[in-house]
Write a protein that binds this ligand. Structure first.
Ligand SMILES: Nc1nc2c(ncn2[C@@H]2O[C@H](COP(=O)(O)OP(=O)(O)O)[C@@H](O)[C@H]2O)c(=O)[nH]1
Ligand SMILES: *[C@@H]1O[C@H](CO)[C@@H](O)[C@H](O)[C@H]1NC(C)=O
Ligand SMILES: *[C@@H]1O[C@H](CO)[C@@H](O)[C@H](O)[C@H]1NC(C)=O
Ligand SMILES: *[C@@H]1O[C@H](CO)[C@@H](O)[C@H](O)[C@H]1NC(C)=O
Ligand SMILES: *[C@@H]1O[C@H](CO)[C@@H](O)[C@H](O)[C@H]1NC(C)=O
Ligand SMILES: *[C@@H]1O[C@H](CO)[C@@H](O)[C@H](O)[C@H]1NC(C)=O
Ligand SMILES: [Mg+2]
Length: 402
């Protein structure tokens, strides 16, 4: 009897020893089943295993592209949820890499868990402090005064939100890792992709010569950008040669009231109609953001201080940059992509498309069920884009079954 106990104890200690010495210092990749499962010790709830990517994470898609997510460690569950959704709907067939960006180092758990969720390679990058923090020409005192004075502005009191918007406007595309790619797909925590992709959107943009794709066009909160438009107007008069001859300025300045008549402009002295592409979803070409024209525009806006003394969002900054500096025919509305970021959903309205792409055009927010795509609502800016941007394509004109 005693020898049986000793035997069991010996096996038990053997496995504990194996587990403890199995820290991944070697190069050899190993998989889940080698560490956890039948015959392996049960992990305590406060322990985790550091897994290496299995070799099958090799890229299958043929574009020079990456998926990118700026994210905080505490958003791990939300990041995994977005990853699961995009992997299932798109990336499991392509294995494009994921680049995660953070202003503080990622935790080991974040790195391990995202690696397990990805079908492609994963990279976890620390943003240099100079790319994140307010630049030297920003007056700290003035920034702090505005932070405490902005409780009526959405995210108005958050310093990190301003850093984030400044970073997304002018720095994400020149992070060291992203310099290795031409194309990016921006993803945020807690978003959902509601239809199968069924073709590679990077390939689509490249083959059609486009540089940017969006799904939702909405109005900005006016009190986040009191001096944005006057600053843009000054930029335009100082750098007229940077404006693209086929730009889409008309789209952001038209004030036709038959379109979007439910969004009254409070500040009638500004000709900006507040329309912008919602930037939490973007598929685009990084070289546009890295172009001299865009960087000149970004630096001009950054120096004016509005990112820090007001609460300029990266969405209107990206959009106005595109509308001024790019050929409008190079901006694409992906009307066949289903997408949800609270509180708005984008989804194809065609039954044919919904069926073909296995869409579930439904999302839930705080117990409320959302089934109506935002872009067919009267608040949307899409009708303005159809009239003043690159036009509306009808379903019979487009081959969605690529
Ligand atoms: N690393 C990091 N990411 C941030 C920070 N603030 C926001 N983000 C990310 O920036 C994006 C936009 O932030 P979010 O909270 O979703 O703002 P919203 O979509 O405008 O409501 C998300 O991908 C966030 O994870 C921050 O302080 N640090
Ligand atoms: C605080 O806000 C008020 C009204 O919105 C404005 O008049 C004032 O100039 C602001 N002060 C600072 C320091 O931003
Ligand atoms: C991908 O794009 C980057 C940035 O433009 C470039 O430096 C790199 O050579 C490209 N790689 C390939 C394989 O084309
Ligand atoms: C209204 O617009 C004008 C001109 O574009 C600008 O100077 C002013 O700061 C704006 N005011 C507010 C409260 O947004
Ligand atoms: C729209 O803009 C035009 C030209 O600036 C102006 O004459 C007209 O009054 C504006 N209409 C509305 C409803 O604001
Ligand atoms: C400008 O863009 C429109 C909309 O996409 C397009 O129809 C037109 O051909 C473009 N014009 C030029 C000169 O490229
Ligand atoms: Mg978000």
């Amino acid at each position: 009897m005693r020898s049986v106990y000793i035997g069991i104890l010996a096996i038990y200690y053997y496995y504990i020893y194996k587990y403890l010495t199995a820290t991944p210092t070697s190069e050899a990749p190993y998989t889940f089943s080698e560490q956890v499962g039948k015959g392996k010790p049960k992990l305590a709830s406060n322990s985790y295993v550091d897994f290496k990517s299995p070799p099958s994470h090799e890229k299958l898609g043929k574009e020079n592209a990456t998926i990118v997510m700026l994210v905080r460690n505490r958003e791990l569950e939300s990041a995994l949820s977005s990853m699961r959704s995009l992997e299932d709907r798109f990336n499991r067939n392509y294995h494009y890499p994921w680049v995660f960006l953070n202003d503080v180092p990622f935790t080991q758990e974040f790195i391990d868990q995202t690696r397990l969720m990805a079908s492609g390679e994963v990279f976890h990058e620390l943003i240099p402090a100079d790319d994140w923090n307010p630049p030297p020409y920003i007056d700290e005192e003035k920034l702090n005064e505005n932070l405490v004075n902005s409780s009526n502005v959405i995210y108005g009191g958050s310093r990190s939100y301003r850093n984030m918007c400044h970073f997304n406007s002018g720095f994400f595309f020149r992070q060291k890792k992203l310099m290795e790619y031409d194309w990016y797909f921006r993803v945020e925590p807690d978003v959902q992709y509601l239809c199968d992709f069924d073709y590679d959107p990077f390939t689509y943009l490249r083959e059609t010569g486009k540089i940017y794709g969006f799904v939702t066009a909405i109005h900005e909160y006016e009190n986040t950008i009191p001096t944005l438009w006057p600053t843009v107007e000054k930029f335009m008069s100082e750098y007229p040669h940077l404006l693209h001859p086929n730009n889409s300025l008309d789209y952001i300045t038209t004030n036709e009231t038959e379109l979007n008549y439910l969004v009254p402009l409070v500040n009638s002295s500004s000709s900006y109609n507040l329309c912008h592409f919602w930037s939490n979803f973007e598929i685009g070409n990084l070289n546009f953001w890295r172009s001299e024209a865009y960087l000149t525009y970004f630096n001009y806006l950054s120096k004016s201080g509005g990112f820090h003394y007001e609460r300029w969002g990266d969405a209107p900054i990206h959009s106005i940059g595109l509308n001024l500096l790019a050929d409008k025919s190079k901006i694409h509305h992906f009307d066949d992509i289903g997408y949800y970021h609270a509180p708005y959903m984008a989804c194809p309205t065609s039954k044919d498309l919904r069926t073909f792409k296995r869409c579930i055009c439904k999302a839930e927010m705080n117990g409320e069920i959302i089934t109506e795509p935002y872009d067919v609502s009267i608040y949307s800016c899409l009708s303005r884009w159809w009239r003043y941007g690159s036009g509306k394509k009808f379903i019979s004109e487009v081959d969605y079954h690529r």
